[in-house]
Design a protein. Structure first.
Length: 75
């Protein structure tokens, strides 16, 4: 289950989503255990989420540009 996404997506894409696991852990800790959420925890989660979004967006645009270069052009 852990390695099956690697057959579909690149290792860079899969590894970026591993950074979301602590954020999800904090959210579940708040929901199920009543842990306190401070503004610093929220800021950290926002920074991690923004980083994952930026890396994933860059990966998608990079993969699209590689596909367009392979189709028809001789480089």
């Amino acid at each position: 289950m852990v390695f099956s996404p690697c057959s579909t997506y690149s290792a860079n894409t899969v590894s970026t989503f591993l950074f979301i696991a602590p954020v999800i852990g904090v959210v579940f800790g708040h929901w199920f255990l009543g842990e306190a959420l401070t503004w610093t925890v929220g800021l950290g989660g926002a920074i991690v989420s923004l980083g994952v979004f930026l890396v994933y967006r860059y990966t998608l645009s990079y993969n699209e540009s590689r596909k367009s270069n392979r189709s028809g052009s001789i480089i």
